[in-house]
Design a protein around this ligand. Structure first.
Ligand SMILES: NC(=O)c1ccc[n+]([C@@H]2O[C@H](COP(=O)([O-])OP(=O)(O)OC[C@H]3O[C@@H](n4cnc5c(N)ncnc54)[C@H](OP(=O)(O)O)[C@@H]3O)[C@@H](O)[C@H]2O)c1
Length: 317
């Protein structure tokens, strides 16, 4: 009997795999895909180390890198700007240089923090970047290196990434529901919040699309990413989450969740205040991404429901 020759899979490196996006990619990755994901935590692969990166790329014959590794603590980045820059800017330059040498496609994640949030409308991919914070500046430098160096790249700009894994707004609120204290949520800062779960699912859809279309250059560039464009404040986010929970009486009883103590707060801080490092308007117009890749866009409500389901099944139990 003639043995069927096994087709070589495309190897895809995922950096920062212990973060919320990294974990979400792991959650949805199916081993029978036409590509193989190789997950590396910070301990296994420090992206600031050029030689470590090079070794990993060569040893695993990497053809695509999904860079989810980043220094994401916005407040600490103000104080530790050197570390933020080394991870979000210099390391991204190293990754870009290696992608150029080894002809690798780079899928990178960026942020609304590259904008100052003063625009009255949603930000498009063409809007001028004016970061307010060290974090935003360092991420913008990373984006610029990629654009300068590479032709084969996808930068996905997202805002308010949340989901069942890791430390983020969603998981912090879920903890708050467990206690009885009153708390305040800001109601005059807006975004189209990106779900790490949905983002992971969509990134995994991009790979076969790009491979089947032989790396067609129409797929490369900077894209804003998010759910259907309905503006959401932190206060609305929590209210929607509490409504989802209240609907499920058995859930409220089982986890003794308390959702009645949310109050709204109107942030009086202005963006022209030097101390303000977070954009007030984080809405990213995301038409181009879904048109280009022909992927179905989801609503914020559906994404939130899915995050809650996965959180209850995998995290809290
Ligand atoms: N979270 C948001 O609201 C948000 C919004 C917009 C854009 N983004 C962007 O989305 C992407 C994913 O964010 P996320 O929320 O998943 O971040 P995250 O949960 O903070 O995960 C980032 C991961 O990168 C790792 N890391 C840090 N320095 C590293 C290094 N030198 N080498 C290798 N790994 C390193 C971290 O490890 P340690 O934890 O051990 O340091 C962590 O596991 C990032 O590019 C971020 O800038 C996030």
């Amino acid at each position: 009997m003639v043995k069927k020759k096994k087709k070589n899979k495309i190897n895809v490196l995922v950096t920062g795999s212990n973060g919320q996006l990294g974990k979400s990619l792991k959650y949805f990755y199916k081993k029978n895909s036409i590509y193989k994901l190789i997950f590396k935590t910070k301990k296994q692969l420090n992206i600031t180390k050029y030689l470590e990166l090079k070794k990993c790329i060569e040893a695993n014959n990497i053809k695509i890198i999904i860079n989810t590794a980043a220094y994401t603590n916005v407040d600490l980045a103000q104080k530790y700007s050197k570390i933020a820059n080394s991870v979000n800017a210099v390391a991204v330059k190293k990754i870009s240089d290696l992608c150029k040498i080894y002809n690798i496609l780079l899928i990178h994640v960026s942020t609304d923090y590259v904008f100052d949030g003063l625009k009255k409308k949603p930000y498009t991919e063409l809007d001028k970047c004016l970061p307010l914070s060290v974090y935003g500046e360092s991420k913008l430098k990373g984006d610029k290196y990629i654009v300068q160096k590479l032709d084969k790249f996808i930068i996905l700009r997202i805002a308010w990434l949340y989901g069942p894994f890791g430390n983020n707004f969603f998981s912090k609120v879920m903890y708050k529901f467990l206690d009885n204290k009153n708390y305040y949520m800001i109601s005059n800062q807006y975004a189209y919040p990106a779900s790490s779960i949905q983002l992971a699912k969509d990134i995994l859809k991009l790979i076969p699309i790009i491979l089947l279309n032989k790396y067609n250059k129409k797929y490369f560039g900077i894209f804003n990413y998010g759910p259907y464009q309905r503006k959401i404040s932190r206060y609305m986010f929590v209210k929607k989450l509490s409504k989802l929970i209240i609907k499920n009486v058995s859930l409220v009883n089982k986890y003794k969740l308390k959702t009645n103590s949310i109050k709204n707060k109107f942030s009086k801080k202005k963006n022209n205040n030097k101390l303000e490092i977070r954009p007030k308007n984080s809405m990213l117009e995301n038409i181009s991404f879904f048109k280009t890749f022909k992927i179905k866009k989801q609503t914020f409500d559906n994404n939130l429901k899915l995050s809650l389901t996965i959180y209850l099944k995998n995290v809290i139990n």
